[in-house]
Design a protein around this ligand. Structure first.
Ligand SMILES: Cc1cc2nc3c(=O)[nH]c(=O)nc-3n(C[C@H](O)[C@H](O)[C@H](O)COP(=O)(O)O)c2cc1C
Ligand SMILES: [Fe+2]
Ligand SMILES: [Fe+2]
Length: 402
């Protein structure tokens, strides 16, 4: 049976949740599931804003049937062609053969690449700034290229000031009945997942996110309807501010994330000793991750949040421990920048290999400052190295407090 919620008097949330999917994009763990949002506007003309993932098609189609209440669907606006939002286009065209599929040139090109049906006859191409009048509601299109994919658009509804923002302002985490962010304990339940979603999915495109945010300057936005997670109808400056920090690669918080690889526990031991020393120097809210245990998406989200990063790794087959290498490559790929870094290496027979490899990867990222000489142990830390580790803790501690 249908499961629909009212967003405003003529606009309905007709999306759904998937709590079974193990990994988003087959990569990112989803311990709290994910929501696929879609919004139906039932004005003089009817318009659907995006569809949903194939996993929840059956319920979604029931929602549409219920929401339209016997009326035809006039417009399907495709803000983003990724399959988690487009899986039902062909079925909608079978059900509503007259529907106009609204998108830009790229949108329509990508649709023909993904799907077999001849959908061209339904295409309705829009340019930046174009408007579609539905009666009381007027849709206006803002292109937001690379706010995940090149074809992405935001649709702004002028009468109620609603921004349909595609993946932007979205988050991992299924909806539990509470559709609006102000009905949830957003900071406790969603904020970490929103950051993990942003940094891992869109993190690389900070410049393009900034361009999209600038385009929206001066636009009267009273509500944000993203494609994943809760709808924003209050406290909008809060989420805009998060996006501003994230897309400028500015830390939200002064603090330290320690990330290590360790087979026999010796590198881990140094990290624990360093963390203790940092705590004694007044650093609070320290985060520590074992790269073999924690999925990189969580470590990357923490790296975006905090100002200082410490990486520790043993040498492995004359290189870096593989999951540390992977993590650093992912961070570089996502264009992480503007962080202060310290390095810890460990080896049994090949000195400096791990620290050199880490330094190379970190220096390949923009504006990363290595704030102290690397600390290296030969298999296990020795008592005579204590003063050197203290110096490292001093350097990190005073830099965090600056
Ligand atoms: C498969 C494998 C490959 C390794 N390759 C190297 C190497 O190329 N050079 C080196 O100095 N040590 C190498 N090591 C040794 C570790 O880097 C070294 O024992 C280190 O102290 C382990 O740190 P941990 O106690 O934190 O695990 C290797 C160890 C393993 C298991
Ligand atoms: Fe996407
Ligand atoms: Fe998406």
């Amino acid at each position: 049976m249908h499961c629909v919620q009212e967003v405003t008097s003529q606009i309905y949330w007709v999306g759904g949740n998937d709590r079974r999917l193990e990994r988003f994009e087959n990569m990112f763990p989803l311990p709290n599931g994910v929501a696929y949002n879609s919004y139906l506007i039932t004005d003089e003309k009817t318009a659907l804003m995006d569809t949903v993932d194939s996993a929840i098609s059956a319920r979604f189609l029931e929602n549409i049937t219920h929401g339209l209440n016997g009326r035809p669907l006039d417009y399907l606006v495709v803000n983003h062609v990724e399959p988690d939002h487009c899986a039902n286009i062909e079925e909608l065209v079978r059900r509503y053969p007259e529907v106009k599929i609204v998108g830009n040139k790229k949108t329509l090109q990508f649709i023909t690449q993904f799907y077999q049906s001849p959908l061209q006859k339904n295409f309705f191409t829009v340019e930046e700034g174009d408007q579609i009048n539905l009666g009381r509601h007027i849709l206006q299109f803002f292109f937001a290229p690379m706010v995940h994919w090149p074809e992405v658009m935001f649709t702004y509804e002028q009468t109620e000031g609603i921004l349909f923002s595609a993946d932007a302002f979205g988050t991992f985490g299924a909806l539990s009945g509470n559709l609006f962010s102000d009905q949830t304990d957003f900071e406790a339940f969603f904020l970490d997942e929103a950051r993990r979603y942003y940094t891992n999915i869109v993190g690389k495109y900070g410049m393009q996110v900034q361009a999209a945010l600038h385009k929206l300057n001066g636009v009267d936005i009273r509500m944000i309807c993203p494609l994943h997670g809760p709808v924003w109808r209050s406290n909008l400056p809060y989420i805009f501010d998060k996006y501003d920090h994230w897309s400028k690669y500015l830390p939200e918080k002064s603090g330290v994330v320690l990330v290590y690889a360790s087979m026999y526990g010796n590198t881990e031991n140094v990290m624990n000793r360093l963390a203790t020393k940092l705590s004694q120097r007044g650093v609070s809210d320290i985060r520590m991750h074992d790269v073999s245990k924690t999925h990189p998406s969580y470590i990357i989200a923490d790296a975006w949040k905090y100002s200082h990063l410490v990486f520790g790794s043993p040498t492995y087959n004359m290189g870096l421990y593989y999951s540390m290498e992977n993590l650093l490559r992912e961070m570089a790929g996502l264009q992480l920048q503007n962080r202060k870094v310290a390095l810890i290496g460990n080896f049994t027979w090949a000195p400096s290999v791990a620290v050199k490899a880490m330094r190379g990867l970190v220096e390949g990222m923009k504006n990363m400052e290595i704030i102290a000489p690397p600390f290296e142990i030969n298999s296990a830390m020795k008592a005579e190295q204590e003063p050197v580790l203290d110096q490292l803790a001093d350097a990190i501690g005073s830099s965090v407090k600056k």
